[in-house]
Design a protein around this ligand. Structure first.
Ligand SMILES: Nc1ncnc2c1ncn2[C@@H]1O[C@H](COP(=O)(O)OP(=O)(O)OC[C@H]2O[C@@H]([n+]3cccc(C(=O)O)c3)[C@H](O)[C@@H]2O)[C@@H](O)[C@H]1O
Ligand SMILES: Nc1ncnc2c1ncn2[C@@H]1O[C@H](COP(=O)(O)OP(=O)(O)OP(=O)(O)O)[C@@H](O)[C@H]1O
Ligand SMILES: NC(=O)CC[C@H](N)C(=O)O
Length: 552
């Protein structure tokens, strides 16, 4: 039996457009004698639909779109479509009256509906807000083959693999008891570094344990802060990889289930990126491209300081949108170094992007004059420094407004963590491209990029990072060296370690406690920051829910 994986990139809420994508995939695979087509979790509305689900007419329209899709699909092709089904007993549990579902469509009809059983509520997931968990074991029989159906999180409770049990049930174990021939999983699993490899490892373990071949179908594409990497795959009964679709792009892959051997046949395997940096690069390029396209932008603008953060963002934007769709603004102040301009120009030449220069000295004087009465007798300080950043932020937003550009924000995760950024200044923007990259990762990504291209001028990588908001300023005047800062932040943010644990790892207690305090006190800034592309398992985004007013 030929089975196809449609690794689709839906637009959230675009029911007709997404149905069309499913239909086109179905028409293609039907022409190749495919019997079953798999699409990702919630493929009809896109994942995550969030509070669109609270709108009853949205859910109703999804139902009618599904019925129409069933009628439009080619005959003799069974198709699994991710959709939402309304609970028959209305409001049984605090108003969560929906099921996250998979509909089996065949010969013009909705033949069966399966409900997701395990509903994630951690990190960026909030499925109990909308859904009831399904209660039954999900499977269907197609041409005599029993096929178990699992939806994303349903696979993520192998207590032997994780060393702990998150939910009381394990849907794979239930399917193994029934003894199905094949298990399929329809997912919308967001990317974080190393997750493609983790999924394969996890399922390999489950297959060795439960002895069933599996096909894993993932969504692809950027949706706000989340990037879905695709990387759908299939493992045979021995847990061996027999198929892998591509990463970070739409794909249509085929696997053959051999009825004689009861196993999946080897098919094409697309390699995953060789280095962490190349994986992150692909994720960020996709994240920028899809954010822009799905928000109807073709062009972008950003401030080019001659520093490494804006250089990396410019390179990512160029790869995502094309060199003609990236405008770099140079806005030197009297404190700007000569190399800030020459490095920014060299970068723009390497990337082939346009630049515009607006010196900000006169604007700074106007601000100083306007404030001179109120500020008389005070020292030059942060307020004046930040005015430069805010003037630039204002100019960038004016250009974005005038020409319909998306302003890309350039702050990295280390800065966002400790608040080393100016609210309504360099934090301005619609999308924070590298907000989940610690500064040390910014360097490694630039070095990786330069290993195969001429993108970032070497001086941008080797000079000391500086905000250039006052004469001779460098980041390390106010912050610990980035390798130390990033390691402390990793322990604090990702590993949830206490001050005592981080100090025990060999760091100075004063530095550790200062970093902890800076992180807590910068929460108000992060709450007002643009959405940032998530590439780690703990990003300052929808999965980060910290109080602002707290005792630290
Ligand atoms: N809990 C809270 N809730 C709401 N608002 C709160 C607040 N705490 C302070 N505030 C307000 O926020 C203000 C402080 O924030 P803000 O105005 O942003 O300024 P602030 O954090 O004081 O200064 C910005 C820092 O970022 C550095 N910087 C700026 C620009 C670029 C870079 C770089 O290298 O990338 C670095 C700069 O050198 C300085 O150290 C306070 O004056 C107060 O008005
Ligand atoms: N002279 C400038 N011209 C244009 N944009 C600037 C200038 N200075 C700062 N910016 C903008 O403000 C952002 C923050 O810059 P800043 O130099 O203060 O810190 P940074 O974190 O070291 O960033 P970068 O490495 O890009 O310099 C920059 O990434 C850039 O977008
Ligand atoms: N949509 C989901 O259920 C996703 C949850 C799952 N653990 C994942 O990240 O892949």
């Amino acid at each position: 039996m030929k089975i196809a994986i449609a690794q689709l990139n839906p637009i959230i809420g675009d029911l007709l457009g997404n149905a069309q994508k499913i239909l086109e995939a179905a028409q293609k695979v039907a022409a190749e004698n495919t019997r079953l087509l798999l699409t990702p979790e919630l493929s009809l509305c896109g994942y995550p639909p969030r509070d669109l689900l609270l709108n009853p007419s949205f859910v109703e329209t999804m139902g009618t779109t599904l019925q129409q899709l069933a009628r439009d699909l080619p005959k003799n092709l069974a198709v699994l479509v991710g959709t939402v089904e309304k609970h028959l007993e209305a409001h049984s549990n605090g108003g969560k009256n929906l099921y996250n579902s998979m509909a089996l469509l065949e010969n013009g009809k909705i033949k069966q509906i399966f409900h997701k059983r395990l509903l994630p509520t951690y990190d960026v997931f909030d499925e109990r807000r909308y859904f009831e968990p399904g209660l039954g074991t999900n499977y269907f029989t197609l041409d005599g083959i029993d096929i178990g159906v699992t939806i994303c999180e349903d696979l993520w409770n192998d207590e032997e693999f994780w060393g702990k049990r998150t939910y009381a049930i394990n849907p794979i174990a239930d399917l193994a008891i029934i003894g199905v021939d094949l298990i399929i999983n329809l997912s919308a699993s967001p990317y974080s570094l190393g997750k493609p490899q983790l999924r394969e490892k996890m399922l390999h373990h489950s297959i060795l344990r439960f002895q069933q071949p599996m096909i894993y179908t993932n969504q692809v594409g950027g949706n706000d802060d989340l990037i879905f990497d695709g990387n759908s795959f299939a493992l045979n009964r021995n847990g061996e990889l027999v198929c892998r679709a591509c990463g970070f792009d739409v794909d249509l892959a085929f696997v053959e289930f051999d009825i004689e051997t009861g196993d999946l046949q080897p098919s094409s395997i697309i390699p995953i990126p060789e280095t962490e940096d190349s994986e992150i690069w692909q994720a960020l390029v996709l994240g920028v491209r899809d954010y822009a396209q799905k928000c109807r932008f073709t062009s972008s603008v950003l401030g080019l300081s001659g520093g490494i953060d804006s250089a990396l963002v410019a390179a990512i934007a160029t790869a995502a949108l094309g060199k003609d769709n990236v405008l770099g603004m140079l806005m030197p102040s009297p404190y700007s170094s000569d190399h800030s301009i020459s490095d920014a120009i060299a970068l723009s030449e390497n990337l082939g992007i346009k630049t515009q220069t607006i010196p900000i000295g006169e604007l700074m004087k106007s601000f100083d004059n306007a404030l001179s009465g109120m500020f008389a007798g005070t020292e030059f300080g942060l307020a004046e420094e930040n005015i430069q950043s805010r003037i630039r932020g204002n100019l960038l937003m004016a250009v974005a407004n005038k020409f319909g550009y998306l302003l890309l924000s350039t702050g990295n995760k280390s800065e966002m963590a400790v608040g080393y950024c100016t609210l309504y200044g360099d934090m301005n923007g619609g999308l924070a491209v590298i907000a989940d990259l610690p500064k040390t990762r910014v360097y490694s990504l630039c070095n990786w990029l330069n290993s195969s291209t001429t993108s970032i001028p070497p001086n941008i990588i080797t000079k000391a990072p500086s905000a250039e908001l006052k004469p001779g300023q460098v980041d390390q005047d106010s912050l610990p060296p980035y390798d130390i800062l990033d390691d402390i932040l990793q322990k604090l943010i990702h590993n949830h370690q206490s001050s005592a644990q981080i100090v025990a790892a060999g760091y100075d207690a004063t530095v550790v406690n200062r970093v902890i305090q800076l992180v807590a006190r910068a929460e108000f800034k992060r709450r007002q920051a643009p959405p940032g592309l998530k590439i780690t398992d703990r990003a300052f985004g929808t999965g980060w829910r910290m109080p602002i007013a707290s005792i630290t």
